[in-house]
Design a protein around this ligand. Sequence first.
Ligand SMILES: [Zn+2]
Length: 353
Amino acid sequence: MHAHVQQVEQGAAYLAAGVTTVRDLGNILEFVTGIRDTLDAGKGLGPRILVSGIVDGDGPRALGTVRIKQREDIAPVLDRLKRAGCLEVKLYSSVAPSLVRPIAEAAHRRGMRVVGHVPEGMSVLEAIAAGYDGVSHVQFLFDPLFAPGEAGKMSREARARRIADADVAAPPLAQVVRAFAAKKVMLDDTLALYELMNHTAEENARREPGLAKLPRELRGLFDGSSPAQAELDGAIFSKYLAIVGALHRAGVPIVAGTDISVPGHSLHRELELYVQAGFSPMAAIQAATSVPARVMGLQAQVGTVEPGKRADLVLVAGDPIADIRNIRKVTTVVARGRMYDPAALWRIAEFTP
Ligand SMILES: [Zn+2]
């Protein structure tokens, strides 16, 4: 539920890991819709791709070429995304806060959801009030710990300490949990990505066995935290796990997404982390199956194994309910009714099977 399909080889890697559908949360629109349409025509190797159209605003750190800088831009941009088959509008960090509500209203009128980063100058509570249907990245949930403008004036260490010392059961984080629960706002937390960023390279090698299987070109991408910062970063990561657990207990739809991390393998890690956060193993599996299917309106086609649904299946050698780590032991993947050998797929993407 949080992918960026940047290379066609990723299709084989995702399938090898048992990922039969991905939500692409930001890409070059013509590139990703081209891959999507090729796969849908049965001509390529990869999961079904659900495309969210990324939109940013103005400013030095704005991303991509699809921009909404003023109200007049909203209708033509959203019409373009709708024509391209985008199911959602993904807002990025430089969208003007004053434009979020009109964008959300215009998107909802067109049958599209609004998801993404919380724009700079806005809190997650304001984003939800303005119409967000989903938030990406658990880090945004901690912004209410800081007064407006305060975080920018603090040292990295002081900011990190504030998060590491926070109590997720007390205000303002308890209000964040309530706001998500009240409107059933979805969170794709990207915990597996934060784990890689917040731990040292040695620690990451221990936690994510998939790192040892990467093709040469992708090695060294995850140097992680420096030993000097590792303790504080690890404490922040513990708070990320705690709030995801609290959101799950409050009935918030949590969906498994990994962003740009270890292709395929990080999805398995995400589910292991959900169990650490207090999910039952079945609930962790549902965060990658039935919950995303329901959120995306695809529950009649996918998400559970039932007659009449699409033949998208993953077989694993072991019981993942007994030990969620068995989710990594993928022996067979069925997607669009075709059966695949994961080892052969990994080799196509130049991973070690
Ligand atoms: Zn992303």
